[in-house]
Design a protein around this ligand. Structure first.
Ligand SMILES: Cc1cc2nc3c(=O)[nH]c(=O)nc-3n(C[C@H](O)[C@H](O)[C@H](O)COP(=O)(O)OP(=O)(O)OC[C@H]3O[C@@H](n4cnc5c(N)ncnc54)[C@H](O)[C@@H]3O)c2cc1C
Length: 525
């Protein structure tokens, strides 16, 4: 078997296969000589379970990475001039289930080391140039290693090439998700302020006292209209900070300045980022850009190949689901190969594999991400939507591996019939919140609660006790519908205005964030 790409998806799949079948011959071909830092740094409870309990990395991660304490969101409107005036949504205490902020360069290196220790042959640095697929027969993989070009032959190929999507692009299966045009710009930074440090605690004591947990090790999200930014601290002191925006709502500032400078200027229009990034600078040479983040693949398995991780599709980094997807695709890929090697008929397994992941991708996108960028910048709407999203994730998704262990990763999110009702519910409130956001924007009240409000959750559990807060949030949604949602019940939908590019600006108030508003339709690097 040949695995293309040795980072987390490829190395995990190789490790799972070799643990189950030590006699397998597995070659992992990895392009880089050593892994650079890369995005994909916040785990959530499901990917954390996979890394810790399925791959067995708990001790390694505890020793080398930071424990993550939930998600936190910061909102602003022109009334909010300073950090304490920004509305806050997040946890009051520390999280109850494990999750980490991971430096992927060290984490991926360790998983690859373990795959090699389990018996994989590592070819590195070596690049796969081409795969000649032959369904049901031997696959031929052309590899460049230094000056040499080698031809490998294998019954199975696992494509874990990440965003390169080697097989999908080669075979014409790659589909950009046109309904979700998002771009991202990010860097690792030095000099980022400590959210829990004495400086902020002294200057803003009431603000500091309001949260009993640790704000710094949460994934802090600074949110605006049509965009959000992550702040993820990494072991050793650097912080990963990047922005993701909906290209229909935000036009990226063009101009001659270096990308890192434009990133800082963009973020610092928000009072929270302005405070936290005051003395911060992006690490030289580590500023990255990617457009059109969302895509899927028409096929991710056939008789002789299977695609895992980002190479199999990507939706959106909001809520950090990338490594969840990776956990499901790697688990199922290993299972597909092992079952066929055990003599099961390949065709039904391949069909179920493609169907389950196509279903999962489509529903995951519809339920959680479609039009999300139109309402995520409004504190009041997010206060309802986040509680529902998170509560249902805990009850329906996080609870599965805690109950069933590694077996739970055989069933990607929303692939089982029992997820029909939660899927419909989530798609419904996400659509409605987007409609209400449009109406608020038209009436000039979008983001009216973004100043001076704080909503701190005590934390959810992955069991039925979360039903109560979910019910409370559902009633809050119904209340919102009765108070203002009725305005849009029978009105036709509105297409997103192109690239308004604001934080959450009430046009009736002074445009304190006008530096945020940029012109030009096409996001440019
Ligand atoms: C802006 C942004 C933020 C994100 N934030 C998060 C987050 O906080 N949490 C989260 O869970 N996910 C996040 N993700 C998603 C996450 O980065 C991915 O899900 C994850 O890194 C996928 O890992 P992978 O192993 O599939 O691919 P990659 O990490 O991209 O690895 C692919 C590997 O394949 C190798 N390769 C490529 N082509 C070849 C070739 N031809 N021959 C040999 N080797 C090859 C590469 O060198 C690389 O090592 C984010 C994504 C984006 C875009």
């Amino acid at each position: 078997m040949v695995v293309i790409g040795g980072s987390l998806a490829g190395a995990s799949t190789a490790l799972l296969l070799l643990r189950a079948r030590p006699s397998l011959r597995v070659a992992v071909v990895e392009k880089s000589a050593s892994f650079p830092r890369r995005v994909g740094e916040a785990t959530v409870e499901v990917s954390a379970y996979f890394l810790s309990r399925v791959l067995g990395l708990t001790q390694f991660i505890n020793e080398t990475q930071l424990t993550k304490h939930g998600m936190r969101f910061w909102f602003a409107n022109p009334g909010a001039g300073t950090l304490p005036e920004c509305s806050e949504l997040g946890g009051r205490y520390l999280s109850r289930l494990p999750a980490w902020q991971v430096d992927r360069s060290t984490l991926d290196e360790e998983v690859l080391r373990r795959a090699a220790a389990a018996g994989a042959t590592l070819m590195r640095p070596a690049k796969v140039r081409q795969v000649r697929l032959h369904e049901g027969g031997p696959q031929r993989v052309t590899v460049e290693s230094g000056a040499e070009t080698l031809e490998l032959t294998a019954r199975w190929v696992v494509d874990a090439s990440g965003f390169t999507c080697l097989l999908a692009r080669q075979e014409g299966w790659f589909r950009s998700n046109q309904a979700h045009p998002t771009s991202a710009c990010w860097a690792r930074w030095t000099g980022v302020a400590d959210w829990d440090g004495l400086d902020l605690a002294t200057r803003f004591p009431a603000w500091s006292q309001a949260c009993h947990g640790i704000r710094n090790t949460a994934t802090n999200h600074v949110v605006g209209d049509g965009w959000w930014a992550w702040f993820i601290p990494l072991k050793g002191g650097d912080t990963s900070v990047g922005v993701v925006f909906d290209q229909r709502r935000v036009a990226w500032p063009a101009g001659p300045e270096p990308l890192g400078r434009r990133l800082k200027t963009f973020l610092c229009a928000h009072p929270t980022a302005r405070e936290i990034l005051k003395d911060a600078e992006p690490v030289d040479g580590d500023v990255r850009w990617r457009a059109n983040l969302a895509y899927s693949c028409d096929r991710i398995a056939g008789d002789g190949f299977v695609i895992v991780g980002d190479a199999a599709g990507f939706i959106d980094p909001f809520y950090s689901p990338g490594m969840d997807w990776l956990s499901y695709t790697a688990t199922r890929a290993a299972e597909l190969v092992l079952r066929t090697l055990d003599g099961e008929a390949v065709e039904p397994l391949v069909r179920a594999h493609n169907d389950d992941f196509a279903h999962s991708y489509g529903r995951w996108f519809d339920a959680v991400y479609r039009d999300k960028y139109s309402w995520m910048g409004d504190f009041e709407l997010m206060q309802i939507g986040f509680r529902l999203d998170l509560g249902l994730y805990y009850m329906g998704v996080v609870s599965q591996p805690l109950r069933d262990g590694a077996k739970a990763f055989r069933h990607p999110v929303f692939s089982l019939p029992r997820s029909n009702i939660p899927y419909r519910l989530m798609a419904a409130y996400n659509r409605r919140l987007a409609r209400i956001a449009d109406s608020r924007r038209r009436r000039g009240v979008f983001g009216r609660g973004n100043c001076g409000r704080r909503y701190l959750l005590n934390g959810f559990l992955p069991d039925n006790s979360t039903g109560r807060p979910v019910l409370d949030a559902l009633f809050a949604w119904i209340g919102l519908e009765l108070r203002e949602g009725w305005r849009t019940w029978f009105a036709p939908g509105v297409k997103p205005a192109h690239a308004s590019g604001t934080l959450a600006v009430d046009p009736a108030r002074p445009a304190a964030f006008s530096s945020q508003v940029v012109t030009g339709g096409t996001p440019a690097r």
